[in-house]
Design a protein around this ligand. Structure first.
Ligand code: TRP
Length: 446
């Protein structure tokens, strides 16, 4: 079963793939809406602190385990376990992670499908195709089902092409485009009337909120979701990093890029909401709170683009391409988790593994489309609020309590010979051992 393992060909390739995974709907949709409904910059500050204090150490745990084991999450956790009990725990965490990420992908594909539909809508409007435009923007089961399938097909095509020729190649093409589109859109929106009110709402903190338990729970969930933690995604990507790389350094870059893009997206979405307000679009719901969640992206923003005339069509096009790219570079990292397992552990070909696993996930996703009301929120809540932080906690436990400390250090030293005397090694081991698990539990039981 000696399958040749893939490896990212360069640091840039890894950075694009890993930031591609991290940057997704969570940054451009989740973060701004969370910030909008949680006191603007108060949320931003909590999110920044939690990202660097909790999520970054957990990210490092996954990257180090992955690169050391050079294997998928299940095999990796098994290989660093030290006895039958930790072996069992490793298997369990690996499998639950794989299940969790598959369910995350099943709802992610639905939302991503909407993004593709809205992108096609901008083309339909450009061509004056009224009825197509109506069909594309009406929230209906057939449309949602079709675009789930479209999105999953593209995801499979990339993943089945392999680590270097699929994931790395596409992430390296798509991520720079994403940054360019995001910057241009942000600059444009900031010049529109009303935008500065949005900047104020975003950057002037409502400090009375910062100790609010709900804000902390949301910020932690956001931080873990955004860095794709707990389910083995970053572990698998870590397993494709060259031994020459300095892990703490590239882990920091990934976290900084992820946070940076979220902050920038906030500077796009919140001002856009206030521009919409000044154009007469409703941005608050009956309770006076911001329209967050799906309503924001699929009703407020399209309504805004509508008020902008022809320019609005192009802005819509750019915006929904941005969202589609962000989703795609994330979905491939999700699918890679079970695919890597099937390929390495069961010797199934990559093509066949990606296709059959994606088919199963698509079926789950379609079930959620058909029974949207009971299922969608349930799947989102269960996977992201319940399963993910718990699993991230177990990754910390594994690296700090189960795995041999010297092996951890040896792994770090590979790309960073003086790791032992560095700041990272002074702080991080203590951190993942005590602070992360306790803090995760504390926030969790809020
Ligand atoms: N981080 C991505 C986002 O912000 C989503 C994502 C990719 C993810 N892989 C993941 C979330 C694994 C949880 C687990 O949208």
């Amino acid at each position: 079963m000696a399958v040749a393992r893939g490896e990212f060909s360069s640091r840039f390739g890894f950075l694009m793939a890993a930031t591609g995974s991290a940057v997704g709907l969570g940054n451009i949709w989740g973060f701004p809406t969370n910030a909008a409904s949680n006191g603007g910059a108060a949320f931003l500050i909590a999110y920044l602190i939690l990202t660097f204090a909790l999520a970054y150490p957990a990210l490092m745990a996954e990257l180090i385990i992955g690169r050391h084991a050079r294997a998928n999450a299940v095999t990796a956790l098994k290989s660093i376990s030290t006895g039958p009990k930790s072996r069992w725990l490793g298997l369990t965490v690996g499998f639950i992670g794989m299940l969790t990420v598959s369910f995350i992908l099943s709802f992610y594909a639905i939302v991503s499908g909407w993004m593709i539909a809205f992108f096609f809508d901008s083309i339909a409007r450009l061509l004056g195709l009224e009825s197509a435009s109506q069909w594309l923007t009406l929230d209906a089961v057939p449309r949602n089902a079709i675009f789930v399938v479209v999105f999953m097909v593209v995801t499979v095509m990339i993943v089945s092409a392999g680590v270097k020729d699929g994931i790395e190649r596409w992430a390296s093409r798509l991520m720079p485009s994403l940054v360019i589109i995001l910057v241009l859109l942000t600059i444009y929106v900031l010049t529109l009337p009303g935008a500065m009110d949005g900047v104020r709402a975003y950057l002037v903190p409502d400090f009375s909120r910062i100790a609010d338990p709900q804000l902390l729970v949301d910020a932690m969930g956001q931080a873990f979701f955004s860095l794709s933690l707990g389910v083995g995604t970053m572990l698998v990507y870590g397993s494709y990093i060259s031994e020459k790389e300095n892990l703490p350094f590239i882990g920091t870059l990934v976290a900084l890029l992820d946070v940076g893009i979220a902050v920038l997206a906030g500077l796009l979405i919140l001002p856009a909401m206030y521009v919409a307000l000044s154009n007469g679009v409703e941005i608050f719901d009956e309770t006076g709170a911001f329209i967050a969640g799906p309503g924001l992206i699929v009703s407020v923003l399209p309504a805004l683009f509508e008020t902008m005339g022809v320019a609005g069509i192009f802005v819509a096009m750019a915006f929904f391409i941005l969202m589609t790219i962000a989703s795609l570079t994330s979905s491939i990292s999700m699918l890679e988790v079970p695919v890597a397992y099937a390929v390495e552990q069961h010797g199934i070909g990559r093509h066949q593994a990606s296709l059959s696993i994606a088919a199963v996930i698509t079926v789950i996703s379609l079930l959620v489309v058909f029974y949207f009301d009971p299922l969608f929120d349930l799947v989102v809540t269960y996977t992201t609020e319940f399963s993910q932080p718990m699993l991230a906690l177990f990754f910390c436990v594994f690296v700090a309590w189960i795995w041999n400390r010297n092996e951890v250090l040896e792994e770090l030293k590979k790309g960073c010979p003086d790791a032992e005397s560095g700041l990272f090694w002074k702080i991080w081991p203590f951190y993942v051992k005590f602070i992360c698990p306790i803090a995760i539990l504390l926030v969790y039981f809020q």
